[in-house]
Design a protein around this ligand. Structure first.
Ligand code: ATP
Ligand code: ATP
Ligand code: MG
Ligand code: MG
Ligand code: MG
Ligand code: MG
Ligand code: MG
Length: 268
């Protein structure tokens, strides 16, 4: 770096272990809020779904995608978000620690930075933390199955939480009683409790709660006109086209093939 000579301390760099991600694999980084059970209580999140908190997570995830260019898709639910780096990415020589720490720190600082846009009347009481992990998927099918797994998890948890909080908030049960009531019930039983006791058709609950959020990147060409003047000639107008990223946040099913057929360019 600075100066020509290497210090006698340089050898300590050899203690750093290589952590290159296998080439040609999709790199997924998943982050998850640390102890958000407590964080959500302390910050008076509405149960089971605080829409402000979900939209804040979506905003943060979009910021991560704006900053880290090789991410082609993100999927989030609850206090977690998964980011997919393109399999051809050579960012930071594909070092796993770089992928993971850049995603998790960018998300965590965004969470605090954007907090008051989404919670104007609720001060943030302490700095939240997030964990991160890296997972490699060697095929597009494995990657799609990973994303399906997260969306299925969203569905299972949200159905449970929706009934649980109905039993507590409107059914007058204590949390312990509600938990007991739901022990061993199947999805059909939970749908039935919602329908017969609370007149709720689960399928009419907001899509963002049931399906989570997918963020896609779309390249758009912006065409603008610019006036230029060459030496000794008159001014002329030229069209300049600049490619820019646009982000779309969707709350749709990503398990069925339809989504992938309708968005064939995501992984290209
Ligand atoms: P860990 O540190 O192991 O992740 P955790 O308490 O964060 O612990 P999770 O399994 O990640 O456990 O669950 C997240 C918790 O945060 C859920 O219990 C849920 O109640 C709460 N939570 C997250 N997002 C929301 C939201 N938008 N609205 C209401 N509650 C939320
Ligand atoms: P990278 O993303 O690769 O880390 P970088 O620009 O952060 O890129 P570093 O090698 O980490 O590169 O160097 C940090 C830079 O930040 C330095 O060049 C220095 O100019 C600036 N910097 C950091 N701390 C201070 C400080 N306290 N006062 C002034 N400048 C600082
Ligand atoms: Mg530095
Ligand atoms: Mg966890
Ligand atoms: Mg968590
Ligand atoms: Mg979680
Ligand atoms: Mg630096």
């Amino acid at each position: 770096r600075r100066g020509m000579a290497k210090s006698k301390f340089e050898y300590v760099r050899d203690f750093e272990a290589p952590d290159t991600c296998l080439p040609n694999c999709w790199v997924v980084v998943r982050v998850d809020g640390r102890n958000f059970h407590r964080f959500s209580e302390k910050h008076n999140f509405e149960k089971p779904n605080d829409i402000r908190a979900l939209q804040l997570m979506n905003r943060c995830a979009q910021n991560v995608m704006e900053e880290l260019k090789d991410i082609c898709l993100a999927y989030g639910q609850s206090d977690e978000y998964s980011f997919v780096f393109h399999k051809k990415s050579s960012w930071y020589k594909r070092r796993a620690s770089k992928f993971m720490t850049h995603v998790v720190s960018q998300l965590a600082s965004s969470y605090v930075f954007y907090w008051k846009e989404f919670f104007p009347n609720q001060p943030i009481l302490y700095p939240p933390g997030f964990d991160g992990r890296v997972i490699l998927y060697p095929s597009e099918q494995n990657l799609k199955d990973y994303l399906s797994w997260r969306q299925a998890d969203c569905h299972i948890n949200n159905l449970y939480n929706t009934v649980f909080w109905m039993l507590v908030q409107r059914g007058g049960l204590t949390p312990a009683q509600a938990q007991k009531r739901l022990q061993g019930t199947l999805a059909a039983d939970k749908n039935e409790i919602l329908f017969s006791e609370f007149n709720i058709n689960y399928n009419n609950e907001p899509l963002m709660y049931r399906k989570g959020s997918v963020i896609l990147k779309k390249k758009v060409n912006e065409i603008s006109t610019k006036v230029i003047k060459l030496k000794g000639e008159e001014e002329i107008e030229v069209e300049v086209s600049r490619s820019r990223n646009q982000f779309a946040i969707l709350h749709c099913d990503i398990i069925s093939d339809t989504f992938w057929e309708e968005n064939p360019d995501i992984f290209s």
